[in-house]
Ligand binder design. Structure first.
Ligand code: 5SP
Ligand code: CO
Length: 224
């Protein structure tokens, strides 16, 4: 089994200090950066768009991923690829033609991911498994950082990992929402390979590097 990958959500950062925060995250040993893009329509909250990500690109050597919580994502996918996101994740619930939207992302040279709200079943993506680099399993209702992890989604993480094994073994299972030292073992035991963490990682008492190390130690223990 490959090592856990950690993708910090940028949401808890001071948005006036994004550059230095990206440097701190890289120094702490995270694997990638997760940009939560919210449009105030698909979810109640508004965050950043492609121009902010593009301006931040020079502050980090890490891969950037865009988690697009926006309606009709096809309108904006290209701007996020141009901004430097190597992975673009759209919500299955936000596009009428998921197969076409994923094809668009791939045609632009980026990797494609799909996010599933807690209530969306695995069957929604069975027909696009061949187009998926990443499945982002939401363990909170999207829209805000700092929410409580929904352990009731864990059987779905396991179902998606089994579907992946059967249909497209290269697809990675990523889990997003409320991932913290006390919830991480459940994520890993059910097949999570990449974790997004915002509030728990930024608030780790020992700092970012200690948080990253703690996450790896918990994941290794959970895999025994
Ligand atoms: O996409 C989302 C929320 O909609 C997430 O990426 C969260 O922002 C992660 O933050 P924590 O739940 O870890 O605080
Ligand atoms: Co997210």
């Amino acid at each position: 089994m490959t090592k856990l990958e950690i993708a910090p959500s940028i949401l808890p950062a001071d948005f006036g200090q994004l550059g230095p925060t990206l440097q701190d995250l890289q120094a702490a040993g995270v694997d990638r950066v997760h940009w939560d893009v919210m449009d105030g329509v698909f979810v109640p909250n508004l965050t950043v768009g492609a121009p902010v990500i593009e301006s931040c690109r020079r502050w980090s050597d890490l891969p950037f991923e865009a988690h697009l919580m926006i309606v009709d994502p096809d309108r904006h996918v290209e701007s996020f690829v141009r901004a430097g996101c190597e992975l673009v994740i759209i919500h299955a619930e936000a596009t009428a033609h998921l197969h076409r939207s994923l094809g668009l992302i791939r045609s632009l040279g980026a990797r494609a991911g799909v996010a599933l709200n807690p209530s969306t079943p695995p069957s929604a993506i069975e027909y696009v498994m061949d187009l998926l680099d990443v499945i982002l399993v939401m363990t909170v209702n999207p829209g805000f950082g700092g929410q409580r992890y929904l352990a009731s989604v864990e059987p779905k993480i396991a179902s998606l990992a089994a579907l992946r094994d059967l249909t497209n073994p290269t697809t990675r299972i990523e889990v997003d929402g409320g991932v913290a030292p006390d919830t991480l073992a459940g994520v890993v035991e059910n097949g999570g390979e990449i974790v997004v963490s915002g509030s728990a990682l930024f608030a780790h008492p020992g700092g970012l590097r200690a948080g990253v190390e703690a996450f790896h130690a918990i994941a290794e223990e959970a895999r025994k």
